[in-house]
Structures are given as C-alpha cells and as structure tokens.
Write a protein that binds this ligand. Structure first.
Ligand code: ZN
Length: 179
C-alpha cells in the first residue's frame, strides 16, 4: 500500500521532519490510480502519543495528506512509528505478540500488559490470519528466516531480527495491506 514512511521511529522525529523536510512524505505515485503527481493536501490529526503525561504530550500528531492530480482522491502517509488503523503503536503490539508467541495465554497477557483481552485476541487473530502472506514475503526477502520450523518460531526469529514496525514498513512497501 505504501502508506508507511520507513525509518521514522519516534513521534518527535516525525514532527521535526514534517516541519523541515515534508517532501520526504510525498508518495511517488497515487495508491489509487498510480499517477505520478500528488500535491500536499493538509494534515489530519492522530492522538498517537500514548505514553507521555498530558502536560508533556505531543498530541495531536499531524499526519500529512496528499491529493492525486489525476483521480483527485486523497491518501496519507504515516511515519513508521505509528500503526495504521490501530490505537496502539507497533512497539506495544510487539510486546504483546511476543508474549503470545512464547506461549502466554490471552488472560496472562492481558494481566501483564494491562490491556483488554478482546484487543489482544484481535491482534493475535490478525497475525494468524495474515501471517502466511507476511511470512511468504519476508522469507523471500530474508532467506535466513526460512529456517524457522513453525509459525511461532518464525515470528520470534523475525522480531529478534528487526522490530515489528520495520517488518510492517517492509510489507507495506511490497504492496501488502498491514492493518
Ligand atoms: Zn490517483
């Protein structure tokens, strides 16, 4: 989908880049019609800073939007540190998924992370359902991951090699839909 701009790992880095080099966010082609001319089209806001206390919060975080010169539809680009369509960032999702991969139950994981069990189940279902397509792409890009014997081993191995945010940025760039 090419929604994620790789290597922007913190919200502060995102704010600095957006202020000083916004051009790096501009997609090279439209995700709807593949036309190669897009214009900046303002920003929408996300409350992506989930950790800082209110007094130090960076919220709201602007997300740059673009409009296609060809089809007039809009698209947006997210820094790697913000997950599309999810309230929590990739780093937190990674902690939860690694617990599940190591054999923790939904209940144990919920207690340990202070997160609703339904949210955890949703993330786990997502990885199980999409995992095969993700794995196929990742194994073709990183042959060393091919040695993993099963689903759990593959993802543990993968997340030791690179963070979940980077995995998702790679899959997004390859045209797969991450959440
Ligand atoms: Zn277009």
């Amino acid at each position: 989908m090419n929604r994620i701009v790789a290597s922007i790992l913190t919200l502060q880095q995102h704010l600095n880049l957006l202020a000083n080099s916004p051009v790096i966010y501009r997609p090279t082609f439209c995700p709807h019609c593949s036309f190669g001319k897009l214009w900046c089209h303002g920003c929408y806001e996300r409350k992506a800073d989930r950790l800082a206390p209110a007094s130090k919060s960076l919220n709201p975080i602007p997300i740059p939007r673009f409009i296609c010169f060809g089809c007039r539809r809009t698209c947006s680009r997210l820094p790697e540190c913000i997950a599309p369509r999810r309230w929590y960032d990739w780093a937190f999702q990674q902690v939860v998924l690694l617990l599940l991969l190591s054999g923790c139950s939904l209940c144990q994981c919920s207690r340990q992370c202070g997160l609703d069990r339904r949210t955890i189940r949703r993330w786990w279902t997502w990885l199980n359902e999409r995992g095969q397509a993700f794995e196929w792409m990742l194994r073709s890009r990183f042959p060393e991951l091919g040695r993993s014997v099963n689903f759990e081993a593959f993802w543990q191995n993968c997340l030791q090699t690179m963070p979940l945010s980077q995995v998702m940025a790679i899959l997004d760039r390859e045209g797969l839909r991450v959440p």
